[in-house]
Design a protein around this ligand. Structure first.
Ligand SMILES: Cc1cc2nc3c(=O)[nH]c(=O)nc-3n(C[C@H](O)[C@H](O)[C@H](O)COP(=O)(O)OP(=O)(O)OC[C@H]3O[C@@H](n4cnc5c(N)ncnc54)[C@H](O)[C@@H]3O)c2cc1C
Length: 472
């Protein structure tokens, strides 16, 4: 078996892993990254991303106190306070550090959460469009930087953590086809940055109770839970694993690659209403698209949901998203059903007509009387303000849940040290990025903090903690 020795071995070459690797190499440590993807533009969620560095839809350079408040609001106070403090304290520095590594930003007008968008930005069109865009360019720059600093990238999957007396002492890597010689990477510190478990059907079923085949993977699908499996074998602790970050997508996503990952259809479903084939509302749309997507994914039939809206919504919120459904969904060939009456809409969609009319009228009445809270299910007016559905033509858009990445994962402290079930850090073991939990999500499944800034910030923090520990 081939053996290597490094100060730090990072598992995964997304934004989190490459940030940890570069920050460690920049401080003089001998670093290796194991990445199981192929080619110079191996797929990962970081490369697919929209490239917006933000914290819960706010400027990541806002003062730390404000960011903590923002994180707590977004997560219903479910975020681990230590992680929230660590992120808020590091985010501004992380933005500057990434820029010093060669990342370029553009800012989009006065939109507070789009003040640091990796350049060049993706065009305002439907579909997947990552080649040569900011995240792709930035990742390639980080690989170049690492190699210039003497770091090495091995295109191998990490398989098992090596352990001695409860401490992590390195990683064993295999080959992607399962054959070939295994290689052992001894390291003073291992950083798991493998991106979560959204690409693993069995784990999604086990932890979320979701039928993977009926939920659209809205990312690269390269996070397959290896880090979680390896950390579990060393006695790691996990956060709530039940929820995912995602959006409502066109149900056509399963057959039409031009309608995912954009446009997301949250603006349609959450300003109007979401019903099932029986014409009944089944979710509080006002809690936002992430929450609604999690609810759709758990329906007995996750492919039975529809966004119901009217012309005012289609021409209003339908046009204001970053990559808006109107007109991007139609441009990409996505299904949009229009009708002058609700009865006609029901006939065209197969939704139960009498119930659809009753649902829409009941909703409009409750809205006019300021009584949406008494609807069943209730309809919150915050954070999404409801609009009436009463200006023809009416629209029905078939929905599915799109899963971008898993909210839950390995529990760490504020420096990325993996916590054991005994409540103490596991020596030599760190985890960063989307493989970790504790910061996002919560019981409403609605808390989104910002995957890119989380990856860069905790990647840096882990590397800095490793150096501090090695120096004694
Ligand atoms: C369409 C889309 C748009 C998004 N837009 C935004 C946005 O605008 N702003 C934002 O903040 N977030 C956004 N996100 C979320 C964000 O991209 C992720 O949260 C973040 O990139 C996660 O980074 P990561 O490094 O943890 O994981 P990843 O980027 O997924 O990287 C993990 C890497 O680990 C590798 N790996 C997995 N298992 C192993 C193994 N056993 N051995 C070796 N390597 C392994 C994978 O191949 C992969 O390369 C978006 C995501 C998607 C899909």
């Amino acid at each position: 078996m081939t053996q290597h020795e490094f100060d730090v071995v990072v598992v995964g070459g997304g934004i989190a892993g490459l940030s940890a690797a570069n920050r460690a190499a920049q401080q003089g440590l001998k670093v290796a990254v194991l990445e199981r993807g192929d080619g110079p533009q191996y797929l990962c969620n970081s490369r697919y991303s929209g490239g917006v560095l933000h914290i819960a839809m706010h400027n990541a350079k806002d003062p730390a106190e404000k960011l903590i408040e923002v994180i707590n609001n977004a997560t219903n106070n479910k975020a681990d306070p230590e992680l929230a403090r660590a992120l808020a304290a590091t985010a501004g520095r992380a933005i500057d550090w990434l820029q010093s590594e060669g990342a370029k930003y553009i800012r989009v007008g006065n939109i507070v959460w789009q003040q640091h968008v990796l350049a060049p930005p993706r065009p305002i069109v439907a579909g997947l469009d990552w080649k040569g865009r900011g995240p792709d360019v930035t990742l390639r720059q980080l690989v170049t930087n690492l190699e210039k600093r003497g770091g090495k990238m091995f295109r191998l999957p990490a398989v098992t953590l090596m352990e001695k007396e409860g401490q992590s002492i390195g990683v064993e890597a295999g080959t992607n086809d399962g054959g070939g010689t295994k290689q052992q990477f001894y390291a003073k510190a291992v950083v798991l940055a493998d991106g979560g478990y959204q690409g693993n059907a069995a784990l999604v079923r086990e932890h979320m109770g979701i039928d993977f085949a009926k939920v659209k993977t809205r990312g690269a699908g390269t996070g397959i839970g290896d880090g979680m499996r390896m950390a579990r074998a060393m006695g790691a602790q996990f956060s709530e694993l039940k929820y995912f970050y995602g959006h409502m997508l066109s149900r056509d996503s399963f057959t039409n690659d031009r309608v995912w990952p954009y446009p997301q259809l949250d603006e349609l479903g959450t300003v109007g209403i979401v019903v099932n084939d029986a014409g009944e509302r089944f979710v509080d749309e006002g809690l936002g698209g992430v929450y609604v997507a999690n609810t759709i994914a758990r329906l007995a039939d996750p492919l039975s949901a529809w966004a119901i809206l009217d012309h005012a919504i289609w021409e209003g919120p339908g046009r204001t998203a970053r990559i808006p459904a109107n007109p991007q969904l139609a441009n990409a060939g996505g299904t949009i059903i229009r009708a002058d009456t609700l009865a006609e809409l029901a006939a065209k969609t197969g939704i139960a007509a009498a119930q659809l009319e009753a649902t829409v009228h009941g909703y409009n009445e409750a809205l006019a009387g300021g009584k949406t809270a008494s609807l069943t299910p209730t309809r919150s007016a915050h954070p999404i303000v409801p609009s009436p559905v009463n200006k023809p033509p009416y629209y029905a858009v078939p929905l599915c849940a799109g899963m971008t990445y898993t909210f839950g994962g390995i529990l760490t402290d504020g420096d990325g040290r993996v916590m054991s079930t005994r409540g103490a850090p596991i020596e030599g073991l760190y985890a960063v990025g989307a493989t970790t939990g504790g910061l996002e999500g919560g019981t409403t499944g609605g808390g989104y903090v910002g995957g890119l800034i989380k990856g860069v910030s905790f990647g840096m923090r882990a590397a800095e903690h490793i150096l501090k520990t090695l120096k004694g």
